[in-house]
Design a binder for this molecule. Structure first.
Ligand SMILES: [Zn+2]
Length: 270
């Protein structure tokens, strides 16, 4: 573990956790500061919410080449424009042009260089349509920043309005192909092996899909009815998230069944 810090992180990675804990954010949003040894300029990933104290703590660790955003949910990007301003106009790079400041949108498959860091942008839609991951290399060490595509614990939500379970499963396949790379998630703790966690997530999704398929066969035809059957113990405050997941699973299964249906089934649906 050359250069590893207390929690197994390489010495060039710092975690600043935003003070926004909650049912969807776990302990709060993880803001990551990356700076290669001996370099003046670092890189920030996911500035987090518009919280002046949190943003000031990030700014103290500047200067930065740029600010990266994993996806457009407000708990990751809300503070980005303000942080850029505090830093005197540092560019914000996101896949969605709406969140960029002074830069073109990220091009998936793009490689960004900055002060001893090599950053590969991976197109990983599913949690949202604009979700990307960043594979960052510094010397002979690599980390994968996964945003909300994979969290440090629990599962993520294929979120309304633009999440898509088919895309999400393909994105997990992409991450599962990476081997043993440390994973820096948007929420929750660091994990030692992104590929292993991606495989666990895939397995969990398959189990859930089988349960939803059984619920559909038992007559559940709305997200509400699926949640009643598949997540009977759900906490009331998390029910909306379970209904989002159920809606995404119903969409996915209906689409799959249409594609694999018999010709007669297809005619029925014309
Ligand atoms: Zn999110």
């Amino acid at each position: 573990m050359g250069g590893a810090g207390l929690d197994g992180l390489p010495g060039w990675v710092t975690l600043l956790r935003a003070p926004n804990p909650g049912p969807m954010t776990l302990d709060g949003t993880n803001t990551w500061v990356l700076r290669a040894p001996g370099e003046d300029h670092g890189v920030v990933v996911d500035p987090g919410p518009l919280d002046e104290g949190h943003l000031a703590r990030i700014a103290e660790r500047g200067p930065f080449h740029f600010i990266l955003v994993t996806h457009g949910h407000h708990d990751h990007v809300e503070g980005a424009a303000r942080l850029s301003e505090m830093l005197g106009g540092t560019a914000v790079l996101a896949a969605d042009p709406a969140h960029c400041v002074g830069a073109e949108p990220l091009d998936p498959a793009e490689k960004l260089g900055g002060g001893g860091l090599e950053i590969q942008v991976l197109d990983t839609p599913g949690h949202t349509a604009d979700s990307v991951c960043f594979l960052v290399e510094c010397g002979n060490e690599q980390v994968m920043l996964t945003g909300d595509t994979i969290l440090g614990r629990g599962t993520t939500v294929v979120a309304k309005p633009d999440g898509d379970l088919g895309d999400y499963l393909r994105s997990l396949d992409v991450l599962a192909a990476y081997g043993k790379v440390s994973m820096l998630p948007g929420h929750g703790p660091v994990r030692a092996d992104v590929a292993a966690v991606a495989r666990e997530y895939r397995e969990h999704r398959r189990e859930r899909l089988a349960q939803v398929e059984a619920a559909m066969a038992a007559g559940a035809d709305t997200p509400e009815k699926v949640v009643d059957l598949v997540y009977p113990e759900i906490e009331p405050r998390l029910r909306f998230a379970a209904e989002w997941s159920a809606a995404a699973q119903l969409d996915y299964l209906r689409h799959k069944n249409r594609e694999s249906g018999t010709p007669a089934d297809r005619l029925d649906r014309l």
